[in-house]
Design a protein around this ligand. Structure first.
Ligand SMILES: [Zn+2]
Length: 497
């Protein structure tokens, strides 16, 4: 079995393997840290996370690079308005972004790279482009990429630029009036009064966004990447420009495979501030939604299909996760008869192979999820009839584990993440945005899972010893921290409210 992945560059689904057969060297465009990340951004990051987790489960090593764009027009404008250096302004949003990633179970890439820490390399890149005739400096000191030196321009987005050379006549941007060709794009922006700028071998100024990604991708991954990913909105012009810069410099293909994640809708409409349906991850958490539910909803539709993100969908996702976690608990705490039921062995191997073949099919997460939820349903039914045996349990737990290596929703760390977002909201003076549900979830974070387990064990032992005063006291203590105990015929289970 091999992973078939749609490649935007070829326009076809192709078998994806790294060039060296072992390590997948890939780049995914990261955030511009001038604001909090919204759920549309996170759909892309979660999709790339599913890819990296699946590649690892398939036996590949990973070298994943993501940029943090910590200098751009908006950052400079906002920092200037506040009268603080751009580094002070971006630090907070970068930290929030990394925390949001963690909340959503998104693994950190092997290499995070900040644009402001790679300025000399970017200047060097531009100088080399100029030596090849692919870049030129305008009168104000800015540098531009010369599009007519790259005839393949448009090959990724399949846009036809023939006949679009409108020379110096296309003055769309007042700042860029001295370009030779309206299509030429900025590599380097000359400094303006009061703006952050760096002194470099190509003069003072700051880098354009496109050169950041080309420079950092090639620094850490070499001249040809196995894969480059990003949201569909980045395909043009950002990725097209990255290709033009990189391939003009090296004469080699920049990235063999391009993956683009589709936009999402919110309640059936394009997300926008004016429609009032624009949500950051933090907005949703403060409303009482758990990060795990948000992650599951974001993965519930394959990355190339349109996802309609709804509040109903979030509730369904929360219920699905509850079903999964209860199932795992049942497997772990139930009393199972000796033996092994071959029918259950069959169910497990069918579910795991369906999950993997669905993911091999261009990361069809919807089908992969269906395979696992079918397994949960069928095994629950079999267990109710006493048909699940002790020796079936390890394989079932292993299947859940393989599922969670990719989907990452089983381990309940919601409370801890919600608590840190609640603390942030309080520090930002946003108490009124915190819903009662959110406070309730955050409350249970004071106890780690391991601490809860210890108390639950003490509770069970006290009950066995008929010390009900003690067992009730422990139960009340847990309840005060948002942990509910359930006495079942298989023993005591617990969950967070
Ligand atoms: Zn980029």
């Amino acid at each position: 079995m091999a992973l078939d992945l749609f490649n935007t560059l070829s326009g076809r689904t192709e078998e994806f393997t790294p060039a060296d057969g072992k390590t997948v060297r890939f780049y995914a465009c990261g955030p511009t840290v001038y604001d909090y990340g919204h759920i549309g951004n996170f759909r892309t990051f979660v999709a790339v996370d599913v890819l990296r987790r699946y590649l690892r489960q398939s036996g590949f090593r990973l070298m994943h690079v993501m940029n943090i764009t910590d200098v751009d027009d908006k950052i400079i404008r906002n920092a200037n308005q506040r009268g603080i250096p751009i580094g002070d302004y971006t630090k907070k949003f970068e930290a929030a972004f990394l925390e949001d990633m963690k909340s959503l179970g998104i693994e950190q890439p092997e290499q995070l790279s900040r644009a402001t820490e790679h300025i000399p390399e970017m200047a060097d890149f531009i100088r080399k482009l100029a030596e090849k005739g692919a870049a030129y400096q305008a009168e104000d000191g800015s540098w531009y990429f010369r599009i007519d030196k790259f005839p393949e321009y448009g090959k990724l987005s399949k846009k036809d630029f023939a006949g679009m050379n409108i020379g110096g006549g296309g003055r769309m941007d007042a700042d860029e009036y001295d370009k030779d060709d309206a299509r030429d794009f900025a590599l380097w922006k000359a400094p303006k009064d009061g703006e952050a700028s760096w002194d470099t071998e190509i003069g003072p100024g700051r880098p354009g966004w496109h050169i950041e990604c080309s420079t950092m991708a090639m620094k850490y991954l070499g001249e040809t990447l196995d894969l480059h990913a990003g949201g569909e909105d980045l395909m043009f012009p950002h990725h097209e420009n990255e290709i033009a810069q990189s391939e003009s410099l090296t004469g080699k293909i920049f990235a063999r495979h391009w993956m683009h994640v589709r936009f999402l809708l919110v309640e059936g409409q394009k997300m926008s501030k004016s429609l009032g349906n624009f949500y950051t991850l933090r907005d949703l958490v403060l409303m009482g939604h758990k990060p795990s539910s948000i992650r599951l909803l974001l993965t519930s539709v394959p990355y190339r299909k349109q996802l309609n993100f709804t509040f109903d969908g979030l509730l369904q996702a929360a219920n699905s996760i509850e079903r999964l976690r209860n199932f795992k608990l049942r497997l772990e705490t139930g009393h199972w008869e000796e033996g092994e039921n071959p029918a259950v062995v069959q169910m497990v191997s069918k579910a795991v192979s369906e999950m993997r073949s669905s993911l091999d099919d261009d990361l069809n997460t919807a089908q992969a999820l269906a395979a696992i939820f079918d397994l949960v349903r069928d095994v629950n039914t079999a267990a109710d009839r006493g048909e699940v045996k002790k020796n079936n349990i390890p394989a079932l737990l292993d299947a859940l584990n393989r599922f969670d290596e990719i989907f990452a929703v089983l381990v309940d760390e919601d409370a801890a993440h919600v608590k840190s977002i609640v603390d942030w909201a309080k520090a930002e003076g946003m108490e009124e945005k915190i819903s009662p549900e959110t406070l309730e979830i955050a409350k249970s974070a004071a106890l780690s899972d391991a601490q809860v387990e210890v108390l639950v064990k003490e509770h069970s032992e006290a009950r066995k010893a008929k010390d009900f005063k003690k067992s009730d006291a422990i139960r009340d203590q847990l309840l005060a921290q948002g942990v509910v105990l359930e006495n079942t015929k298989d023993g005591v289970r617990w969950k967070r409210k």
